[in-house]
Design a binder for this molecule. Structure first.
Ligand SMILES: [Zn+2]
Length: 394
């Protein structure tokens, strides 16, 4: 790509990797060696860089104490508005076998936590903005950069905050890119999630006299079977979109106090992946009804996810048609095919916020969150070319 060499791109990403930004819910002794855990230092550095590169507005928006989102607007040559969301937090470093924050350049890659997920995109954006600023160029569309806290754990806090902020500003976002490792495939669909606990309260008794108690574990058995049957039913439905069908998984169980005691309590966790068109509240109601109908004694159902900004009991799915302009542009520019993905991202908070919304970035999610983390410098070069073609500075 003209103008920016690979060393510059690699150094820019490495600099971000060297600023630890572990999600506070993933704190631990290794993360704490490097000062306060969280996104604050990275957000402040980004704000400073955005100012340096001529941003028209830079806003630090405190999501919770010491955890600011950062927004920067670079006025373009047209009225169109595009947004790029990059989460600033990373997952834990406690299990890493590498120095987590060294940002070293080796084997053609930048190494360290966050290099892949997802500091690569922010690092490349900073290099582009620096080059454009020095050359006196502006992007074609107005560019809004969003550095959002709390994507990796805690309920998409930063995205949950940014959305109402953008709506309050009456921003009409034409195209929005959410940065995640997608191997340069424009991801245009994600399943949403409803997550519940079901708790059965029985009555304890000596296990020699089960007739004197109410066995909570045995009462839960038909509930588990009913959720398995619901999963099977969903698999028979023809999928409406490439996202596929919904699924139900019972993922945790607890209960019982002793080998000779009739258990007075049993609880399970159940995850329901939901597809485009399904309403989280309706799904929650159906899950509750399945549990109550199957359980021979009263049971309690509670939703485990924080409500969405519009009060829904879970995340609706995200879906953008694969023939939309941004999906086609990115697929053509990268020689990749549009795809759907099984993992959650900030895009689950942005449905309907932008006219077009796509999840996109270099590297593979299969390599994220691991004991080592790297992004290939060749991928940074490729990304810079794609972003420059999209943002058309002039
Ligand atoms: Zn990520």
């Amino acid at each position: 790509m003209p103008g920016i060499d690979e060393q510059t791109l690699a150094r820019s990403v490495a600099e971000l990797v060297r600023i630890p930004s572990v999600n506070p819910l993933h704190a631990g002794p290794r993360a704490e060696e490097h000062g306060p855990v969280g996104e604050s230092a990275l957000a402040l550095r980004l704000a400073e860089r955005f100012h340096t590169y001529g941003a028209d507005d830079v806003i630090l928006d405190e999501v919770s104490p010491g955890r600011p989102n950062v927004y920067a607007r670079f006025r373009g040559r047209s009225e169109r508005l595009v947004a790029v969301d990059v989460h600033t937090d990373t997952v834990t470093v406690e299990h890493m076998t590498d120095p987590p924050f060294d940002g070293r350049l080796a084997e053609g890659s930048v190494w360290g936590r966050g290099a892949l997920d997802s500091k690569a995109t922010m690092g490349v954006m900073l290099s582009l903005l620096d080059a454009w600023h020095r050359d006196g160029l502006r992007p074609g569309p107005t560019l809004l950069l969003v550095g959002s806290v709390g994507e990796e754990a805690g309920g998409l806090l930063g995205a949950t905050r940014f959305r109402p902020w953008a709506e309050h500003q009456r921003l009409a976002i034409d195209q929005m890119l959410v940065a995640e490792p997608t191997e340069f495939r424009p991801v245009h669909g994600l399943k949403g999630l409803v997550l519940i606990d079901v708790t059965v309260h029985g009555a304890a008794a000596h296990s020699a006299r089960p007739d004197l108690g109410v066995n909570a574990i045995e009462a839960m058995a038909p509930v588990i079977a009913a959720f398995a049957a619901e999963h099977e039913r969903l698999q028979t439905l023809p999928p409406d979109t490439e996202v596929g069908t919904g699924t139900v998984s019972v993922t945790q169980i607890s209960g019982g106090t002793g080998a000779n005691v009739i258990p007075d309590r049993c609880a399970i966790s159940v995850g329901r992946r939901i597809v485009p068109g399904e309403d989280p509240d309706e799904v929650l109601a159906r899950m509750s009804a399945i549990a109550r109908d199957a359980c021979p004694v009263p049971c309690e159902v509670t939703s485990l996810l924080p409500p969405t900004p519009d009060g829904k009991a879970g995340s609706p799915a995200f879906y953008q048609r694969p023939d939309s302009g941004l999906v086609r542009f990115l697929a053509d520019a990268c020689g990749t095919a549009p795809a759907v993905a099984p993992f959650g991202t900030n895009a689950l908070r942005y449905s309907g916020l932008a006219r077009e919304l796509v999840i996109f970035g270099p590297g593979s999610i299969e390599h994220a969150h691991q004991a080592t983390e790297r992004i290939a410098v060749a991928d940074l070069v490729r990304l810079a070319g794609v972003l420059e073609a999209w943002l058309a500075p002039g």
